[in-house]
Design a protein around this ligand. Structure first.
Ligand SMILES: [Zn+2]
Length: 263
């Protein structure tokens, strides 16, 4: 059964010609979870031939624009395309009013039920569970309340011995407080906005460096690390990969349009 993640955006705050800001699509046994939804996400979904009406759950890590400015566009397109199925959004409680005011002023009444599930960015909790997948949120360390997410496949539907799991740490300063939540995950996505040389700027902006992401992956004993959320200043990502691999060799780059099988 499929367990994979497709990178829809790997840039930090500013989109570049080849990189959109943050959005990932997790296919967990044919359940599609959209994780963050920056501007450009619906185009990226189309470009990657992802049937986006199949998305039923959207997780938004925090309310910086490079993580949710694409949401109103996507929700509206789903409506215009005749969606009837429920959509569930897991986000900071303020997002509900942000979306509702945009629907209200444009006199849009969605054809489908839209449910908001407020996240508490101060705690570790289960936010979604069905017979195949369980998803948890946990606190990250950023300039606004921010949640990380971890998705775990349930074992009884799978004969293999290894459990598959995917952890997503969008925007965060280096913090070992997240290790218990992401420990031994199959694939950890951890932001690496800057290279080591800019460690001071990273700390000030509450972001991480390549070296910090790799150190965290090593300490958490994950199987594989994917770095991303690159500053627009980096055209060539090879030096970022090199820096991370020097500490944690099982590191890969998030690149727009890339699908990574997990497991
Ligand atoms: Zn960001």
């Amino acid at each position: 059964m499929t367990f994979s993640v497709t990178v829809l955006g790997s840039s930090s705050a500013i989109p570049t010609l080849v990189r959109n800001p943050s959005a990932h699509l997790l296919n967990a046994d044919e359940r599609l979870f959209l994780i963050d939804c920056a501007e450009g996400t619906q185009l990226a979904l189309r470009r990657n031939r992802i049937h986006f009406q199949r998305i039923r759950n959207i997780m938004i890590s925090h309310l910086h624009g490079d993580h949710f400015y694409g949401l109103i566009g996507l929700l509206t397109s789903l409506h215009l395309l005749g969606r009837k199925d429920e959509m569930h959004i897991y986000a900071h409680p303020m997002l509900e009013s942000i979306i509702n005011i945009q629907l209200e002023v444009s006199k849009t009444t969605l054809l489908y039920p839209l449910y908001f599930h407020p996240l508490n960015p101060d705690v570790h909790e289960v936010i979604f569970e069905d017979n195949r997948v369980i998803a948890e949120s946990f606190p990250l360390l950023h300039s606004v309340p921010t949640c990380g997410f971890v998705f775990r496949e349930k074992l009884k539907y799978r004969r293999y011995l290894q459990k598959r799991s995917y952890a997503y740490c969008s925007d965060t300063a280096y913090t070992e407080s997240i290790i218990p939540y992401v420990k031994e995950t199959s694939l950890l996505y951890h932001e690496a906005t800057f290279m080591d040389k800019m460690a001071k700027a990273a700390a000030e902006k509450m972001h991480s460096t390549t070296v910090e992401a790799a150190t965290l992956a090593m300490k958490a004993g994950v199987r594989q690390l994917m770095i991303g959320h690159y500053s627009a200043r980096y055209d060539d990502l090879a030096p970022l990969l090199e820096e991370a691999q020097a500490i944690f060799p099982q590191t890969i780059l998030a690149e727009d349009g890339k699908t990574i099988p997990i497991g």
